[in-house]
Write a protein that binds this ligand. Structure first.
Ligand code: PLP
Length: 459
């Protein structure tokens, strides 16, 4: 099919995830054709450096032949095996045990989902089962963070605190609540780390009290680094302080590592930075590096045993999907894990250090208010007044301009609203490619300045 035909068919039929349906129909898609390493080629033959690893998921990069072969081999031998009725596949069992060996603490029990949203939804259901099993069914409220993102099932969208996911959807649900984000750039106590951490712990205690005390609260969910909320990197010590607060309050501490898992921030899991062991952890994206859909929920031995022991023999714990623990995704997960454990994490750390240095030097740019990163997860925050931290006015249309100028300059990143450029390059990106990425971003920032309205808006 010609590119023109594909574009018109897309406009007529394909509903895109989290997109403006009007813009999509008006402009049609940008169609990607192939990829190698950190590079993509579109249907017109343009090459693009992928500064966002697809959707923060292609951590191993494109065209990894060991992954392709693992998938082909599994598909040829056994493309599907149900996990229902006592069946399993070798790849799913092997992946579960290899992950149990590398997850923090005693997070040894794993349920495989199809992605991050249903991993979060599964976690919420398991938490409910657990509170019933413990004999504390009145512990039903769940607390998340402002600017948090936890997927787009009904329960995940409610736990999310981003306006687009609440609009016309009747969420958050009655048992879902939020406390302020720990973002050092915009926190009222910022940038002092100790003050932010103390305020966040107090916010959690206050919210729990407002909900009637710990006997009414089941869990606190957080991303170790907030992703879709604009890559907000909390101060060092925040994660462990929140973990300790949850332990004191007797509420479950759940980390959503759908973005931060699998080397995105350096180590395999972001919890490792502070030696934090959550009660539950959700992952997806880097688990299969986007080569096939898969997510997972890990739970502690204690939680698992509580649910198991409260469920009579022969009675099913009623949660699962046709594609839970899909054998092809599991085979891909194993091949991807081999890559992480054979040099890829180290490469990500090296390139992440270089990325942080290059970003720090962009702080002098007239439009840049803040740059921040942890490993290969980063953001550049744009302001029109550095002193007052003024967000660019929506009328300047920066979000759309960023996407267009980036594409024209052969670089992909993600614009969050009109003020934040998000970066999550593949972990295989070399130092030279990291320089090309940053050079191109600098061109994008300077091109924004050429826009008379934007230049005039800068204080
Ligand atoms: N949780 C977090 C932290 C995420 O960033 C995402 C997706 O970006 C999700 C959950 C949902 O994952 P998925 O898009 O695979 O359903």
């Amino acid at each position: 099919m010609t590119p023109e035909t594909l574009v018109s068919l897309d406009r007529a039929h394909l509903i895109h995830p989290v997109s403006s349906w009007r813009d999509q129909e008006e402009h049609g898609p940008r169609i990607l054709q192939s990829g190698q390493g950190s590079w993509l080629t579109d249907i017109h033959g343009n090459t693009l450096l992928d500064g966002f690893a697809g959707l923060w998921c292609v951590n191993v990069g494109y065209g990894q032949q060991s992954v392709v072969q693992a998938a082909a081999e599994q598909m040829t031998r056994l493309p599907y095996a149900t996990g229902y009725f006592g069946f399993a596949s070798e790849s799913a069992i092997t992946l579960a045990s290899r992950l149990a060996a590398v997850t923090p603490g005693d997070l040894n029990r794993v349920f495989f989902s199809q992605g991050g949203s249903d991993a979060v939804d599964s976690a919420l259901r398991f938490i409910r089962f657990y509170q019933h099993a413990r004999g504390t069914p009145e512990k039903r409220h769940v607390i998340g963070l402002a600017r948090g993102y936890h997927g787009s099932t009904y329960t995940g969208a409610g736990l999310t605190a981003l306006a687009a996911f609440h609009r016309n959807a009747d969420v958050p649900l009655a048992w879902q609540h939020h406390i302020p984000s720990p973002d050092p750039y915009r926190h009222p106590k910022g940038p002092d780390a100790a003050a932010i951490i103390a305020a966040c712990v107090a916010d959690l205690h206050n919210k729990v009290a407002e909900l009637g005390g710990p006997e009414h609260v089941a869990a606190f969910f957080c991303e170790p680094v907030q992703g879709s909320g604009g890559v907000a990197v909390p101060p060092v010590g925040w994660l462990s302080a929140m973990r300790n607060a949850c332990r004191e309050l007797d509420i479950l501490f759940v980390t959503d590592e759908v973005i931060t898992g699998f080397g995105r921030t350096g180590p395999l899991f972001a919890c490792e930075h502070e030696n934090v062991v959550p009660d539950m952890m959700t992952v997806a994206k880097g688990l299969t590096s986007g080569y096939a859909p898969m997510g997972a929920v890990f739970m502690s031995e204690g939680m698992y045993a509580t649910i198991r022991d409260a469920t009579p023999a022969g009675v099913a714990v009623g949660h699962g999907m046709t594609y839970s623990a899909h054998p092809v995704s599991a085979a891909i997960g194993l091949a991807v894990l081999d890559l992480y454990q054979n040099g890829l994490l180290e490469n990500g750390v090296r390139s992440g250090v270089h990325l942080a240095k290059r970003l720090a030097s962009m702080k002098d740019h007239p439009l840049v208010g803040d740059t921040r990163s942890m490993g290969m997860l980063a953001a550049i925050e744009l302001v029109t007044d550095k002193q007052a931290k003024t967000k660019p006015a929506a009328s300047l249309g920066i979000s759309k301009k960023l996407a267009r100028i980036g594409y024209e300059n052969g670089v992909l990143f993600r614009a969050f609203g009109d003020d934040i450029i998000g970066l999550a390059p593949p972990l295989c990106m070399t130092l030279e490619e990291t320089d090309i990425l940053c050079d191109r971003i600098e061109v994008v920032l300077n091109t924004l300045l050429d826009d008379k309205d934007i230049a005039a808006a800068i204080a």
